[in-house]
Design a protein around this ligand. Structure first.
Ligand code: ADP
Ligand code: ADP
Length: 220
């Protein structure tokens, strides 16, 4: 099933414990907000889920398997980690073509995701001249390329104008409505209001709350 499972994840950098004994489940058909201040451990957790960083303890499973054990990762898990990750000299469409090619995905998907994220003809331009919002859209296009059932977005709202924020919120809702598991981080609790179905609140590497939003609102 399309889920993300973290079990007892721990990560230390020198004397800093970035993530301490973190366990949670991200369910299919929901937007799960991953909320906490800068430095709380959100990116570190996402990197461990994506196999980009190895935990000192614990395991992370995507669709029931470790990320590194997935045969065709982009078809199963899509991620926006760092909107600045694309080489500035590269044209956006060429970047996506390269991603598609190296993952055995058809070229037609490249043009589909370019339309889906609203990059349009800008996709022919070099990423170096892109605004942050356009880089976010490009990163999201890359995440959607393999049509994956599991998606992770690290701070996708950062630096976007109100129109971009509305667009991302709508996108997150529609991805969940299609039955996908969506994990999205933010350092601002309010940013995911009206978007997230479930909230994981993290502080200093520890999970402070793990609650459905409906439950939270019923209590408040
Ligand atoms: P968040 O994404 O919530 O802002 P991070 O996961 O980026 O938090 O960081 C959690 C903690 O781990 C912070 O104290 C940060 O400084 C530290 N950290 C993250 N990555 C590294 C790294 N590569 N080397 C050293 N410390 C790191
Ligand atoms: P490069 O080294 O050329 O920058 P990366 O491998 O760092 O390429 O990734 C480039 C783009 O692919 C980034 O936008 C990143 O968000 C996206 N990306 C990286 N890993 C994944 C993944 N597992 N699923 C989907 N998109 C990914």
């Amino acid at each position: 099933e399309a889920t993300i499972e973290a079990r007892g994840l721990r990560k230390r950098y020198g004397s800093t414990t970035a993530v301490h004994d973190l366990s949670f489940t991200v369910r299919a058909g929901q937007v799960t907000g991953f909320v906490g201040p800068n430095g709380a451990g959100k990116s570190t957790t996402m990197r461990m889920i994506l196999g980009l960083d190895s935990p000192d303890a614990g395991t992370a499973l995507v669709g029931g398997r470790p990320y590194r054990a997935l045969g065709t990762p982009l078809r199963q898990v899509g991620a926006l980690l760092d909107a600045a990750a694309v080489h500035p000299g590269r044209r956006a469409r060429d970047h996506l073509l390269w991603m598609a090619h190296s993952n055995g995905l058809p070229v037609r998907r490249v043009d589909e995701v370019i339309e889906q994220v609203g990059l349009g003809s800008a996709a022919r331009r070099r990423a170096g001249g892109f605004s942050l919002g356009m880089r976010q859209r490009l990163g999201i296009a890359g995440a959607l390329l393999g049509d994956p059932p599991i998606l992770l977005f690290d701070e996708p709202v950062n630096g976007l104008d109100p129109e971009g924020i509305r667009w991302i919120r709508g996108l997150l809702r529609s991805l969940a409505a299609q039955g996908r598991a969506v994990l999205v981080s933010s350092h601002l609790m309010g940013e995911l209001e009206g978007t997230a179905d479930h909230l994981l609140v993290i502080g200093r590497g520890r999970l402070i709350a793990d609650t459905s939003v409906a439950e939270l609102l019923a209590v408040a």
